[in-house]
Design a protein around this ligand. Structure first.
Ligand code: C5P
Length: 240
């Protein structure tokens, strides 16, 4: 894979116009665009098709978590949208994750299309050890042990990979092997601002830890020249 293809640009903007302007500027500088709850809920599924028309692949970041039948139905929608990736919460359990995998398989058999990658979200990075114990009642495992156990469970259910923080890349790679896709946000080149990200990693470090895809937003979208910022990141990845 070329370094460019490993960059997933986070489209964290509040209008379709702003999103599509970024896609027009950056479609040949990055590998995919991430559409989250804000943009998807505001614009509807046609935002995915509009990005695709401009030549971009789409990671639909809606983190499904519901009963198996409902998540399976959402997985069918994602497959029909021809998205590149979508994600579900591992906390939804084995039956839910297996239902998503089977629904995608069933839909691509029918459509003869490419399957999207299904990624698991494990413990959100906003959850502390204390919250894991007091709010989620998980007391027998640390955050890191829970992350690893859920990543392994996702793999056993047939999911393609996980979204995780940079500090979880190496243990997940160790536990889940070389073919498991690892997508990581919290990426900051040395020359860019940290913004609200607390534990940051450079693009090169994330790759050498074993990440496959890097979710990058503001270092590119807030730059005076986003294409130049993307190219600078690609150059750094090539030098790695
Ligand atoms: O602008 P920035 O590079 O910080 O954007 C990172 C993107 O990755 C945002 O869309 C953010 O919601 C997402 N993300 C994150 N940290 C996580 C999970 C997702 O920054 N733990």
């Amino acid at each position: 894979m070329e370094p460019r293809e490993r960059i997933i640009l986070a489209l964290d903007v509040d209008s379709e116009r702003k999103a599509l302007e970024l896609v027009e500027k950056l479609a040949d500088s990055v590998g995919a665009f991430k559409v989250g709850m804000q943009l998807y809920n505001m614009c509807g599924p046609q935002i995915v098709e509009r990005i695709q028309k401009l030549g971009g692949r789409v990671f639909v970041d809606l983190k499904f978590h519901d009963i198996p039948n409902t998540v399976a139905a959402a997985a069918r929608v994602m497959t029909r949208l021809n998205c590149f990736m979508f994600n579900v919460h591992a906390a939804g359990g084995r039956e839910m994750m297996t239902a998503a995998v089977e629904a995608v398989q069933d839909e691509i058999n029918r459509l003869k299309s490419e399957p999207p990658l299904i990624l698991a979200v494990t413990v959100l990075t906003s959850i502390s050890q204390q919250q894991l114990e007091t709010d989620m009642f998980i007391t027998s495992k640390t955050v890191e042990q829970t992350v690893i156990a859920w990543a392994q469970m996702a793999k056993e259910c047939g999911l393609n990979g996980v979204v995780c923080s940079p500090k979880e890349i190496a243990p997940i790679r160790g536990a889940c092997g070389p073919d498991f896709t690892i997508v990581t946000p919290g990426i900051r080149p040395r020359w860019s601002e940290a913004n609200d990200q607390k534990r940051i990693t450079t693009p090169g470090e994330a790759l050498s830890l074993g990440a496959d895809y890097l979710v990058i937003g503001r270092p590119i979208t807030a730059a005076a020249n986003p294409r130049e910022a993307a190219q600078r990141i690609i150059n750094e990845m090539e030098d790695q």
